[in-house]
Design a protein. Structure first.
Length: 835
């Protein structure tokens, strides 16, 4: 069972978590009962909700066995369904529900007049909004067209579900979505009785199915206690369809409503289904960029031209053709040039060439003045069969994702990344998914379509339970970059806290690195044997020699890869050489470490990645790509039963060779994003927690909730952080109501427009540069104020996002002062075209 096999289940969420509805378990129980001549569920007690995420597939087991009095005992269990070859170990089953099946002849009488005489109509316009405010998020497949009446403790409801949204109806006695929707009418009453606490069904007693129905049911719900009710469902002729003698609700498990996380700085990237779309943009023109013969391009052509009366979108093999005969289209779909490498050995080269090709396209796109009002939608589609080739494809496409994320940060509203499966529903849903999501503020940057359901990436506190992290003290742990700042802190930690007795620390400088001899003697005093080796890890032969040197007496048991180098450049100046300089020590070395150690039975394979890959840090497209590759490699290894954990670190307090280059403007940017530098002790605590958690990819980043909230308020919160900002005390996956942009001024501020605009500009400069606004010189050319091109990019983006002003980069860097810019803006207002 998964969201791929049953996409409509994504429309059943409780506080942002997709749960298999209890009515689906009832359907299963009734179905299995029918094979054992039992037509009644005497009792079904729900123990653990079945949670589904985008990637998980759940194996489901329903077992029945006779009881002494001739009835049947039923148990419903689930466990993660994984490919056998990948997970040789036995994974235990979780018991989700159990109960008893019996036989009964009872049949409710036919329903009389409808609506029942004396019942008062209840307004239903805001039913689903109100339910969502209480934590019950129902998407279209579960939202019935409802009419509700009330009479004393009885609630009558008529519910019609749209045909088609819920899959092949005939397969069910009564479709679980319709059955669930038939019970919605009492949820608000029950919530009101329990002070707004989320309640979920706990047990069902006396459940019988009587006859089939179409897509409309009439329900009589009787509230029998503070959190108990009885229900009879009828078809529109009044014939009974199903009945439940008693439903008991109980508070939702705390893990659902308030995730119990190990540390507030430990997160996981989740893909959440999203129904509350952004604002649909005005009609758009479409085109496809790519090879005319590509099947995907041809499918896209028909998809984007359906329904809006326009001729089929053209396929252009080259960028310049997009605007050769007139204005460029608004939206240009570009299938990513990412092929599955033929074998594992080809992966580093394939990553490199994919990134080069995409970089060249992004640069050409940005360089063209004809495309400034167009958006490029980079479309990733995995190979049609899910096998090893797909896994290899994913490594390349994930690296590309990192680069594209930086392009999105540097140039907001120019690029969207969408990935799409091969389901026809997904292709059909693509145009609307794009046009609605680019309208939110700030727009979504990424989306994923699976069986027509849209998912967006959101960071969520990790709720994984830590196990016991251990490593054989007699084995050897290799730390690449072991003489660097985080590498040496970890070496100390492993020697003292994990009693690791054999450490090999590698960097190009080896013992010549600053502090390396002192580190070595400190570790030796702690009882460890330490080898500090000078080795350029980008040289595979040298790395292979190093790996081969580990003795059988102290075999290699752990690898922690922290080595990295930076070569920052904004996207428009990034060269293939810059890409290689960063990819080689980080991504290619990680890959070679994987290849060279995969048969060694390691306990740990930890990769130091960076949150830069997740956020798309400006000026670091190469670094973002390398880090996302590491995250993907961890996933790749884990799906092959090999240990792996990639930690996407936020900023550490202790300065290193990498972070020592950060300018005040960089620190100010991190702070504005809500990223708080973490102490070494905090970072190492996170390391401990992360290696004890059974997850391949974790984000280890200290975030300031107050800053996240205020960014949500000003509309500058990164979309991936939206799930961490709570509205009504609950996390939200879609933009919070207050996340609309502050109202943009449409008129010149009075009484002194230039002065006021100067103040706003000085404030924005100060924020970007990390200095108070009154220290920003207003009459000195901006390019002499110590701004680099990255800070100017950011300033331009902020002014555009917050005020709607589009200042050209060339003007800001071309000798203009703040005063000049203020008067430029005044002129724009006077022309009546402020945005
Ligand atoms: N510090 C942070 O706030 C932070 C935040 C997020 C992620 N990270 C990640 O954490 C890791 C460690 O960062 P750090 O801050 O500790 O940086 P660092 O002090 O500069 O350490 C990097 C290490 O990598 C080594 N190295 C670079 N290229 C190499 C090569 N070709 N062969 C062998 N060794 C090489 C460097 O030594 P040589 O120059 O002598 O070779 C150095 O020892 C990095 O992967 C970084 O991306 C750090």
């Amino acid at each position: 069972l998964s969201l791929h096999t049953h996409p409509w289940l994504a429309d059943h969420q409780v506080d942002g978590t997709v749960l298999v509805p209890a009515t689906a378990l009832i359907e299963l129980a009734l179905h299995v009962g029918s094979h054992a001549d039992c037509n009644q569920i005497d009792e079904l007690v729900l123990q653990t909700p079945i949670v589904l995420t985008q990637d998980d597939t759940v194996a489901l087991q329903v077992a029945i066995e006779p009881t002494q009095n001739g009835n049947r005992h039923i148990t419903i269990r689930t466990r993660p369904a994984l490919r056998e070859r990948n997970h040789p170990k036995e994974i235990s089953w979780t018991e989700n529900a159990q109960g008893t099946l019996t036989t009964s002849g009872a049949h409710p009488p036919v329903l009389g007049a409808w609506p029942p005489a004396g019942a008062t109509p209840v307004p239903t316009t805001n039913l689903y909004r109100d339910l969502a405010n209480h934590g019950y998020h129902y998407g279209p497949a579960f939202q019935g067209r409802n009419s509700i009446w009330r009479q004393g403790n009885t609630v009558y409801a008529e519910v019609t579900l749209p045909h088609g949204d819920t899959g092949p109806d005939a397969a069910f006695r009564i479709h679980p979505a319709l059955f669930d929707a038939a019970l919605h009418a009492i949820l608000l009453d029950i919530s009101a009785n329990t002070g707004g606490e989320i309640r979920l069904p706990f047990s069902f007693t006396g459940v019988r199915f009587h006859s089939t129905c179409g897509n409309t049911v009439r329900t009589m719900l009787t509230i029998t206690g503070e959190h108990t009710a009885a229900a009879i469902l009828y078809d529109p002729t009044g014939k009974a369809v199903a009945s439940i003698d008693a439903i008991v609700l109980r508070p939702a498990p705390t893990t659902l409503v308030a995730p119990q996380h190990t540390d507030d700085s430990l997160f996981e990237l989740t893909w959440v289904p999203e129904h509350t779309n952004g604002v649909a943009t005005s009609p758009q023109t479409w085109a496809i960029l790519g090879d005319r013969t590509s099947p995907l391009a041809q499918c896209l052509q028909t998809t984007v031209s359906v329904g809006n009366g326009t001729p089929p979108a053209a396929i252009y093999p080259e960028l310049s053709a997009l605007f050769a005969d007139g204005p460029a289209p608004h939206l240009v779909l570009y299938p990513l040039p990412c092929q599955a490498p033929p074998d594992e050995g080809a992966i580093p080269d394939a990553v490199r060439s994919t990134l080069r090709e995409i970089l060249a396209l992004l640069q050409d796109w940005l360089a063209s003045a004809h495309l400034t009002n167009s958006r490029l939608i980079l479309l990733a589609q995995p190979p049609p069969t899910a096998d090893d080739a797909t896994d290899r494809w994913e490594l390349c496409s994930e690296a590309a994702r990192g680069l594209i994320r930086t392009a999105q940060t540097e140039h907001p509203d120019r690029f969207l990344l969408a990935d799409i499966d091969h389901a026809p529903d997904s292709l059909a849903a693509l145009p609307a998914a794009i046009t609605t999501r680019i309208g939110s503020a700030p727009g979504e940057r990424e989306l994923s379509l699976r069986h027509g359901v849209v998912f967006v990436p959101r960071l969520a506190p990790s709720t994984s339970r830590p196990g016991q992290a251990s490593i054989d003290p007699d084995g050897t742990v290799l730390i690449t970059g072991g003489t660097g700042t985080l590498g040496s802190a970890l070496a100390r930690h492993l020697a003292t806290q994990y009693q690791v007795r054999h450490l090999v620390l590698v960097s190009r400088s080896g013992l010549a690195a600053s502090g390396a001899p002192e580190l070595q003697s400190e570790l030796q005093q702690a009882g460890a044997t330490v080898t500090v080796t000078a080795c350029d890890l980008t040289n595979r032969a040298e790395l292979a020699e190093l790996i081969a040197s580990f003795t059988t007496e102290h075999p290699l048991t752990g690898v922690v890869h922290t080595a990295a180098a930076l070569e920052d450049a904004t996207l428009t100046t990034l060269t293939p050489g810059h890409l290689d300089q960063v990819l080689e020590p980080k991504a290619s070395t990680a890959w070679h470490l994987h290849e060279l150690t995969r048969h060694m039975g390691l306990s740990w394979f930890v990769l130091y990645s960076s949150a830069a890959g997740l956020f798309g840090t400006p000026g670091q497209g190469n670094y973002a790509a390398a880090n996302v590759f590491l995250d993907a490699l961890a996933h790749y290894r884990r799906s092959r039963g090999l240990p792996a954990c990639s930690l996407a670190w936020g900023q550490w307090q202790q300065t290193s060779a990498l972070t020592g280059r950060l300018t005040d403007a960089d620190h100010a940017r991190l702070q504005r994003m809500g990223i708080v530098p973490m102490s070494t002790a905090h970072g190492l605590r996170l390391f401990d927690a992360a290696v004890a958690i059974d997850r391949p990819r974790l984000v280890t980043c200290h975030l300031d909730p107050a800053i996240l909230r205020s960014s949500a308020h000003t509309g500058t919160l990164h979309p991936v952080l939206r799930g961490l900002v709570r509205t009504n005390g609950r996390p939200t996956s879609s933009p919070a109501p207050q996340q609309s942009l502050p109202e943009r001024p449409t008129r010149l501020p009075k009484p002194d427009p230039i002065r006021t605009l100067e103040d706003i500009l000085a404030q924005a400069f100060g924020e970007v540069l990390g200095v108070p606004a009154d220290r920003v010189d207003r009459v000195r050319p901006v390019n002499m104020l110590g701004v680099n091109s990255l800070a100017v990019l950011e300033l331009r983006n902020r002014l555009r996002l917050l005020h709607g002003w589009k200042l050209p980069m060339s003007r800001i860097l071309g000798g203009a002062t703040i005063r000049d810019l203020a008067s430029d803006i005044t002129a724009v207002y006077e022309d009546g075209a402020s945005t």
